[in-house]
Design a binder for this molecule. Structure first.
Ligand code: ADP
Ligand code: MG
Length: 320
């Protein structure tokens, strides 16, 4: 039997390099265990394009997070190299990774996202930080989240609880991106809803509930085992769980994604689902929610990855 030849790409140079390396080695190990696959794990580097040219794999499985991993760059590069890959195409990645643009598309599709404004660092400089932050607070109120327009793993994300916190939150954000997305905080239950498409259309996996207690679901909480309590399936009434599933699939479709995605959302007490973002390369580490949801759905992680890889390998003529 001729094996499927898969190159898993992980690492890269984003602040999420470490997470990506962990996700990538987990995907590679699971693929090996599933069998019927030849797997090679590679990092981003000058040797990548020559390696793809010398010995083209059947398919590439990119497990890169953050800029260059999720903003479409790696997909653009793989299309140049003429190699099929798992996941969404460059334009869709770029759109989903840009939270401000993605929010507009999701709203256009009838989905709810927290009310927000997006402002560049320069505007605070040109117009006066005090004047501009006063207008932001008047519009959105003092209970806010400030985050980079495009980033991940909660880097540069701060919760603002009173007006005095806003300047520091903006400074933190601008260390990661020149534009700040300032959102009204939505209170409720945080969930992550994976979507998988194994050839019969996108379907939602069981929602994972994330309970970070009184803390933030920040980088440390995400990747420290035991720091967060997860419930899978999320403890939601059946009709709310169904609505969360509908929203995640609708987000995947509205953003034009392929194969897999994960939508992060907050469910209010009234059962409304507010989308925070949709990720094109969900984390695959030991503490990541996507593999938890696959397990809850009764899908073997390695077999699932192999099925995605096999389907992507047969997706023809990506350059068209
Ligand atoms: N508007 C909001 N209301 C409530 N919580 C939020 C809001 N925005 C972000 N958060 C919290 O911050 C975390 C990171 O935000 P998110 O937009 O998902 O960025 P990242 O790309 O860094 O994961 C979320 O998992 C959630 O806990
Ligand atoms: Mg998120």
């Amino acid at each position: 039997m001729s094996d499927l030849n898969v190159i898993v790409i992980a690492g890269g140079l984003s602040p999420e390099r470490e997470v990506s390396l962990r996700s990538g080695s987990r995907v590679a190990d699971a693929l090996r265990r599933a069998g019927g696959v030849e797997v090679e794990l590679r990092d981003i580097g000058k040797d990548l394009l020559p390696a793809l040219a010398a010995d083209a794999p059947s398919v590439v499985f990119p497990v890169l997070h953050g800029v260059a991993g999720e903003d479409g760059t790696i997909k653009e590069v793989l299309e140049l190299a003429g190699v099929p890959y798992v996941g969404a195409r460059p334009y869709a990645c770029r759109t989903a990774f840009d939270k401000t643009t993605a929010k507009a598309i999701l709203q256009e599709a009838g989905l709810q996202t927290p009310e927000s404004v997006t402002l560049p660092k320069q505007a605070f400089h040109d117009l006066g930080a005090a004047e501009l932050t006063a207008r932001v607070l008047a519009r959105l109120g003092p209970d806010l989240f400030v985050k980079p327009r495009a980033c991940g793993s909660a880097f540069g994300v701060s919760r603002v609880e009173s007006p005095e916190d806003l300047p520091q939150a903006l400074m933190t954000c601008f260390a990661y991106h020149d534009e700040a997305l300032i959102e009204r905080r939505v209170t409720g239950t945080e969930i992550a809803v994976g979507v998988a498409d194994l050839g019969d259309g996108p379907r939602a996996l069981p929602a994972v509930e994330i309970d970070a207690g009184t803390g933030l679901y920040d980088y440390t909480a995400r990747y420290t085992p035991g720091a967060v309590e997860f419930h899978c399936p999320a403890r939601l009434p059946a009709e709310v769980a169904q609505e969360a599933a509908r929203v995640a699939v609708a987000a995947h479709e509205a953003l034009g994604l392929l194969d897999l995605s994960r939508t992060d959302a907050i469910v209010t007490e009234a059962g409304e689902v507010f989308v925070l973002e949709t990720n094109v390369a969900p984390g695959m580490t030991e503490t990541s929610t996507y593999p938890m949801a696959l397990a809850e759905a009764g899908l073997d992680f390695g077999v699932f990855c192999r099925d995605l890889a096999a389907q992507a390998a047969h997706r023809h003529d990506l350059s068209a």
